[in-house]
Design a protein around this ligand. Structure first.
Ligand code: PEP
Ligand code: MG
Length: 979
């Protein structure tokens, strides 16, 4: 017996259980029957009225792709299933008296808008057309169905574009002086059918196939082939869908929504897919076929008004869709048809939705008790959370645009929210090409079709003049989170002329427009974007509070018994913030601490930079004197020089030398300027830190000591050289400053700077004098920073603020570096606390950015009281890549060619960098059980990396304020996935 390729919806689940030994889960059904097929089978099994159908499995498609042959036994099974449907409906396929007509639809495991369309009315020929007329008493309808079928079959099955057929219909309408399809005369339609058949024969050199069985087989093959069509392949590449899944083929009994005014068709969502509100949502049309609604060719009515036309059926539809939503425990997107007063459900699936709607629906459903809070948290993706934190139009600018008469349209449908600004592109290829050139594009079309998807994806926004909330443009835009306004009927879009006309205005291709997919407003020109308002995001905040509660539960992480002090709760989310305003934002977004404050950022501020530069320019000279002084003092205090005891004579000599040196130091300009600059910087740093403690009252604040190579604070070498050369060549002692309002450049200063920069030159500064090495070389700088931190913390504590400063020493590679540095700095901390008369809770720790530090973690943890993984540097050093060079030169190619699975600077490399981290945490906690470990590299905001951090036993991830909400969700999802 051949394999089972075909399943009837009415008993597919039982048949499956008979073969596989268990009832199928929804996922198993999707794999075998595709999403649409699984939906039909599931819906049929819930007892709602569904037209009888059968599904050809995805396995049949895969077999066909592999062999290029119609699978053995498939056709016989199709015929057998057809007989069953004939029995269920009392109609016969190809019967001239009571014909069964079917639709043929593709349906992959996940919905793919790039796939084959549906062929409707299959089974029609001259004889069955006549029977249809007889049965319905509607000859006009029978011809309309027939001409649609010939067009669809030619286009979708045979690849002869429907545009040729539409053109003939338009000619006919023009000839008859009518504008809508239903107004065309019966005679006109009859002629059109003959014309269509002639066109088919002229094009293919053979008659249009009248044998319904031949039609059916051809349609099934066309669906199989559509899996490897360009559109489908492009879509799969973009979405990362495997190419070997194949598609199922669904053959369903046709029911007709165009049998008069007691018939109709529509699309209904159980909630608004744009806002998530619990309202019945969708479009319908009386006396129409499904494609009329979806194609956006006719302007539809909102489904909420269907009660006015057919109150009883509307109520039945509400009941059924409600039942379906409860059955699937998710928002449903349904298609229905009413055939002469009888309602049929054609399809149901979990509806695509905007990010905003996804969050609202998840929270509402949990509050309604339909799903759990855990499920709600799992239903929202990090990307959806991110989308809500994207910029919106600045209200003031919108008002200004209105006042200036720059409103182009307000009557479209707000199909997919978000603000978009870009230049108009009139077709998908242009949109795609311009995107590649780095341009922001708004794609404008009368309506969109599946072949436009590549352009839509490339666009910042989508604008159409036809269609409703469920038109192709709207569905695709929502799916990809692209702002869209559809059905702006007042726009007269002339694709040929590459222009759009509205209210006497003409906009050309390449002109700027701004659109708001939430309000459906379209403006001429650019409108400024503003930051989102987190306070107003009630549902998002609720969802993230649930997420936090999930992550904070005890016992969600369990570790082997020899692991010491691993956290049993999930990850906390901290933030990387340098300024109080960032800290406040991050706290509002839910951050529970600062994981990284990069102190050097403050050095760049205009009023401070001159002091920083003075500090740098004099550091070497001053430090040389201090080092000498220290050496002499050590000789005197130990009585030894280079290991040997010294004579009394030598001692006196050294003492005298020290006295001279002390005078030299007291008079040294370098020392004065150096210490003077540090003294100037101290209060600024103190007030920076005070602001952070204030903003993070009660939470830990990790402050990192100066990290970058010092030359970064000086002008560039080439720039200085050019300036000095120019001034000398022209004999100038002064030159106007490049920056407005700044004092002129002075030749002698510029020469000094140039000499300093040349002296500081390093072959590879990122691996040179930076991080902890700076503090060892110029300890006064880091001592000043620690003093500032503790003065600020003590001052804040004295004012009642709860402070937890953590001093982070960057770039440790060897434990001895930390031993020297930390010991010296802790003295300063204690000194300040004694001066201020207050003890505060504090820690000293280090960043782990160098593989050697990770490898020797057991020793480093003897000093460090906490670790923070600087995975930006740790990734660079583990791979031996310089990030900038790698990203510019070869990384994209590596990822494209599959040499690397992803960019390791974006997604943490678990296998390499991750392994170092795990080892480091494990060894560190062996030395210091319960040691706080976190991450502050950019990976701290990346969901996959966050999941890894959860598994590796970190206490927190720290990311930029804007990523905090995303990280909170990702942290809870890691818990739910792994506990
Ligand atoms: C890191 O290296 O991951 C880090 C956070 O430090 P920076 O990016 O400042 O070098
Ligand atoms: Mg770093």
């Amino acid at each position: 017996m051949s394999k089972k390729w075909v399943y009837l919806a009415r008993n597919a689940k039982e048949e499956y259980a008979g073969i596989y030994g268990h009832a199928p889960t929804m996922d198993e059904m999707k794999v075998l029957f595709g999403g649409k097929g699984a939906g039909l089978i599931e819906m049929t099994s819930t007892g709602v009225p569904v037209p009888p159908s059968f599904t050809i499995t995805t396995e049949a498609c895969v077999e066909y792709m592999n062999t290029g042959e119609f699978p053995a036994g498939l056709w016989e099974q199709v015929l057998e299933a057809l007989r069953d449907i004939e029995a269920q409906t009392g109609r016969k396929f190809g019967d001239p008296e009571n014909p069964l007509l079917v639709s043929v639809r593709s349906g992959a495991r996940t919905s793919m808008p790039g796939m084959m369309d549906t062929v409707l009315n299959l089974g029609l020929n001259d004889a069955t057309r006549a029977a249809l007329a007889q049965l319905t008493g509607n000859e006009w309808f029978s011809y309309d169905a027939y001409r649609r079928f010939i067009m669809m079959f030619s286009d979708i099955v045979m690849g002869y574009s429907r545009d040729h057929f539409e053109e003939k219909l338009n000619e006919l309408k023009a000839k008859e002086g009518v504008s809508a399809d239903p107004e065309v005369s019966l005679e006109g339609l009859k002629g059109l059918v003959e014309e269509y058949k002639r066109m088919y024969k002229d094009h293919f050199g053979e008659e249009f196939p009248t044998d319904p069985y031949k039609q059916l087989k051809a349609a099934i093959i066309a669906v199989f082939n559509s899996w490897n069509g360009k559109r489908a392949v492009d879509y799969r590449i973009h979405e990362g869908i495997p190419h070997d899944w194949g598609t199922a083929v669904n053959v369903c009994t046709m029911v007709f929504g165009n049998m008069g005014n007691d018939s109709g068709t529509g699309v209904a969502f159980t909630r608004d897919p744009s806002t998530g509100e619990k309202v019945f949502y969708g479009d319908y049309l009386l006396n129409a076929q499904g494609e009329d609604v979806v194609a956006g060719i006719r302007n539809t009515k909102p489904v909420r008004r269907m009660g006015e036309d057919m109150p009883e059926i509307y109520q039945q539809l509400l009941d059924i869709t409600h039942k379906l939503e409860r059955h699937y425990r998710d928002m449903q997107d349904t298609e229905f048809t009413i055939e002469r007063g009888k309602l049929w459900m054609l399809q149901t699936r979990n509806g695509k939705r905007t990010s905003r709607a996804a969050i609202k629906i998840a929270v509402d459903m949990a509050n309604e008790g339909l799903i759990t809070r855990e499920e709600a948290v799992m239903r929202v993706t990090p990307k959806e959370v991110d989308a809500l934190l994207h910029p919106q139009f600045d209200e003031k600018e919108v008002k200004k645009a209105k006042d200036e008469g720059r409103v182009l349209s307000t009557i479209g449908v707000n199909a997919s929210p978000g603000a978009a600004v870009g230049i108009l592109a009139f077709d998908a290829d242009t949109a795609e090409a311009w995107k590649k050139e780095g341009k922001a594009v708004i794609m404008i079309r009368p309506e969109t079709k599946p072949e436009d998807v590549h352009g839509m994806i490339a666009s910042k926004g989508i604008l159409t003049s036809r269609g409703g909330a469920t038109a192709h443009a709207a569905v695709v835009a929502r799916q990809f989170g692209i702002p869209a306004v559809v059905g702006a009927r007042d726009l007269d879009i002339d694709v040929e002329a590459r222009e759009v006309r509205i209210n006497g205005k003409v906009l050309k291709e390449g002109d700027w427009v701004s659109l708001d997919g939430a309000t459906a407003h379209v403006f001429e020109g650019k409108i400024k974007l503003t930051d989102p308002d987190f306070d107003k995001e009630v549902e998002l905040r609720t969802l993230l509070e649930w997420a936090d509660a999930i992550a904070a539960r005890d016992g969600v992480r369990r570790w082997p018994s020899d692991y010491q002090g691993f956290p049993t709760r999930g990850l906390q989310v901290w933030t990387n913030a340098d300024y109080p305003k960032d800290a406040r934002r991050a706290r509002l977004y839910g951050a529970k601490g600062i994981g990284l404050c990069r102190t050097e950022h403050m050095f760049f501020e205009t009023e401070r930079l001159p002091f920083v530069q003075q500090m740098i320019l004099n550091a070497d000279a001053a430090q040389a004197l201090f080092d000498r002084q220290k050496r002499l003092q050590t000789i005197l205090s130990t009585g030894k020089e280079e290991g040997a005891n010294i004579s009394a004579e030598r001692k006196a000599e050294v003492a005298a030398e020290l006295e001279v040196l002390k005078r030299e130091i007291a008079e040294s300009d370098a020392v004065k300027v150096y210490l003077g600059a540090l003294e100037k910087l101290l209060p600024s740093q103190r007030s920076d830190f005070y602001g952070l403690f204030e903003a993070m009252d009660g939470y830990p604040v990790i402050i990192r000591l100066i990290d970058p190579p010092l030359h970064e604070f000086l002008p560039g070498h080439d720039e200085l050289l050019a300036r000095v050369t120019l001034m000398e060549a022209k004999g100038l002692t002064e030159l106007p400053n490049d920056k407005e309002g700044e004092p002129p450049y002075k030749l002698d200063e510029q020469k000094l700077l140039l000499a300093a920069v040349q002296k500081m030159h390093e072959a590879n500064p990122m691996m040179g004098l930076r991080g902890i090495r700076l503090g060892i070389t110029y300890p006064d700088i880091t001592k000043m920073q620690v003093r500032a931190i503790f003065e600020a913390a003590c001052d804040a504590a004295l004012k009642g603020i709860l402070v937890h400063p953590e001093v982070m020493i960057p770039l440790t590679g060897h434990v001895n570096e930390l031993a020297v540095t930390q010991t010296e700095l802790e003295v300063v901390a204690k000194q300040v606390m004694a001066e201020k008369g207050i003890e505060i809770d504090y820690k000293f720790g280090t960043m782990i950015e160098i593989p050697r530090a990770a490898l020797t973690s057991a020793k480093i943890a003897e000093y460090a009281q906490f670790y923070s993984f600087g995975t930006n540097d740790l990734t660079q050093m583990t791979y031996g890549y310089s990030r900038d060079d790698a990203e510019r030169r070869f990384l994209a190619k590596y990822v494209e060619n599959g040499i690397l699975p992803s960019n390791p600077f974006q997604q943490l490399d678990r296998e390499g960098v991750g392994k170092l981290m795990q080892m480091c945490v494990y060894d560190g906690r062996k030395t210091r059980p319960g040691m706080e470990c976190g991450i502050c590299g950019e990976h701290g905001g990346d969901p996959s990396s966050i999941e890894f951090c959860h598994l590796a036993g970190l206490n927190y991830v720290s990311c930029s304020p804007f990523r905090v909400p995303v990280a909170r969700l990702a942290a809870a999802q890691a818990v739910l996935r792994h506990s």
